[in-house]
Write a protein that binds this ligand. Sequence first.
Ligand SMILES: *Cc1c(COP(=O)(O)O)cnc(C)c1O
Length: 363
Amino acid sequence: MIPVTKTFLPPKADFDSFLDRAWQERWVTNRGQLTKELEDKLTELLGVDNVLCTTNGTLPLQLALKLIGKKGEIITTPFSYVATLSSIVWENCIPVFVDIHPEYLTIDETKIESAITPQTTCILATHVYGNPCNVEAISKLACKHNLKVIYDAAHAFGVEVDNQSIFKHGDIATCSFHATKIFHTGEGGALFANDPELVAPLFHFHNFGHNGPHNFHSVGINAKMSELQAALGLAVLPYFREIKEKRKLICQLYLIELAGSNCQFLKIRENTNWNFSYFPIIFETEEQLLKVEKSLNNQQIFPRRYFYPSLNTLSYIETKIKMPISESISKRILCLPIYHDLSHESISKISSIIKDQLIINSK
Ligand SMILES: *Cc1c(COP(=O)(O)O)cnc(C)c1O
């Protein structure tokens, strides 16, 4: 069986050696030494000013929206995982969709300005598949209209723009360390506050608003990472570079094997060091995709339809507005299996099944 992804697990002994420290201290949550050590290592590795580890990658979106979304209109992308949208709705903000660029698949920054109203508070955009949004253009727009910017960078661990961590962009960036993501802690995530004024309120939000045992700065919730999650992260982190290199090779092999197949591949934005986190291919029609998916499934190969359906079409979105590019892409895009130990043989097999189907189709 070949799944769309396989969680990288470090040697068990690596994990145990971190767990031993939690056992010795009898300290399994509430920002013990392991969580702080993971934050220090991430700060160093990524070259960011501050990072706050959280229990998953969705709560940081909610904390960010609660703080700077202020129940206003949030300009967002219809092409992302549902957590981007559900966080907006959950925080009583109003999603205002802006369609995506047909090749980069990130929010189309040229269409943002016409979506801004006096109620707009924020832009929440996703670096989809780790491909950066046009951060420069978005930052200029935000300045001009006095808006805040949140980036859902759940897919973007290790991505750099102009040789700087992508997490440095936006007033707040968030990441997910879920087991299906390129760097993981089982469940987990992080918040990167780039506006220094937001660091303290976000920290308070993530820990019930505590100001010492009996006082409270503000309302808050529990979004803390546990020591057990941090232990897994500390054990996985040393392998990150190697995981990324292996995925790079897999992407290169897919591109070679699928050359001439008439499929569209993800166009990575200029000046980006990408992380090879996903390998999406875009077919000419949904019918082609369904045929390919079926023949892969018949061989016990399970790609995933990330991201389908387009978020503007979800039942709980009351104002239905068409997003033609996102709706079209989401019907035709399929993420192929990619994980650190996917074999060359498997890549060849997957590619030849795809090519066979496309040839049959075109006859
Ligand atoms: C995975 C993901 C999230 C949510 O992360 P969790 O850690 O699973 O809560 C949010 N946004 C995007 C785009 C994601 O892919």
